[in-house]
Write a new protein. Structure first.
Ligand code: ADP
Ligand code: ADP
Length: 227
């Protein structure tokens, strides 16, 4: 009954220079309410793994299952629905739309699922207030600090109430105290809302504060450490 199951996952890239075995037989289970860091040297397969969990790419073999749904086998439009409904994305560079207001950025992923607009904006406002930036709702992202922009991105990742949040170096562009605040927010969400957060990070300090750290090397799980 894991929220996310990864079975025998492999990814091979064909390049002009030859074949790259980016992932080689990954098996992992992720539970509700768990915060997990994916760590490892550059080129070890972290981005590839996150892309496959996020259904942004297809594996060469093996399967990713989310809430029992074998998502790697779905067609493109079904995968788009999974990305929208089951996964929240948080990126290193926030990826906010700068022509839009903060609240519209948060609401945007909810527009696809025909939700009542007023309810959607109410929920966006509520999430911004949980993030402590309700007063920024009608600002443009460029008027906010990096830490505030990442809070907007976290609020956006939660708008459709997904069981899984994927965070790619969420603190990578932040100074260490702001990064710690963003990390603490992610921790709180994981616990209180019973979400699974999977975070790629180079920050060894943070990787010791999560529930579990998965170390990748050469496309394989080298070890797992429970904290
Ligand atoms: P990490 O995120 O740990 O740095 P990546 O998943 O980006 O690792 O890369 C794993 C390996 O796969 C590396 O050798 C990388 O060069 C290669 N790779 C990643 N993406 C692609 C791609 N789109 N095409 C070809 N090779 C890729
Ligand atoms: P990260 O900083 O997360 O390790 P990378 O710099 O490895 O990310 O990769 C950035 C993007 O480039 C990713 O989408 C990855 O799939 C792609 N990529 C990485 N290595 C290669 C490669 N050798 N050929 C083509 N694309 C690549």
């Amino acid at each position: 009954n894991a929220t996310l199951q990864i079975r025998d996952l492999a990814k091979v890239y064909q390049t002009a220079a030859g074949t790259v075995n980016a992932l080689r037989g990954i098996n992992l289970d992720f539970q509700r309410g768990e915060m997990v860091a994916i760590v490892g040297p550059s080129g070890s397969g972290k981005s590839t793994l996150l892309n496959l969990i996020g259904v942004l790419d297809r594996p060469s073999s093996g399967e990713v299952s989310i809430e029992g749904i074998p998502v790697s086998s779905l067609n493109d439009s079904e995968q788009a629905l999974v990305r929208n409904q089951l996964i929240g994305f948080v990126f290193q560079s926030y990826n906010l739309i700068h022509r839009s207001t903060v609240i519209n950025n948060v609401a945007l992923p909810g527009m696809i699922s025909h939700r009542n607009r007023r309810q959607l904006l109410d929920r966006a406002r509520k999430l911004l207030s949980i993030m402590g930036i309700a007063d920024k709702s009608h600002c443009r992202p460029s008027q906010l600090s990096g830490g505030q922009q990442q809070r907007v991105a976290i609020a956006r990742s939660l708008i459709n109430d997904p069981p899984i949040i994927l965070a790619d170096e969420p603190t990578g562009n932040l100074d260490s105290s702001t990064g710690q605040e963003v990390f603490d927010l992610l921790c709180t969400l994981t616990r209180q809302l019973n979400r699974t957060v999977i975070m790629v990070t180079h920050n060894l300090e943070l990787s010791q504060l999560v529930d579990r750290a998965v170390y990748l090397r050469d496309g394989m799980v080298e070890r797992e450490i429970r904290n």
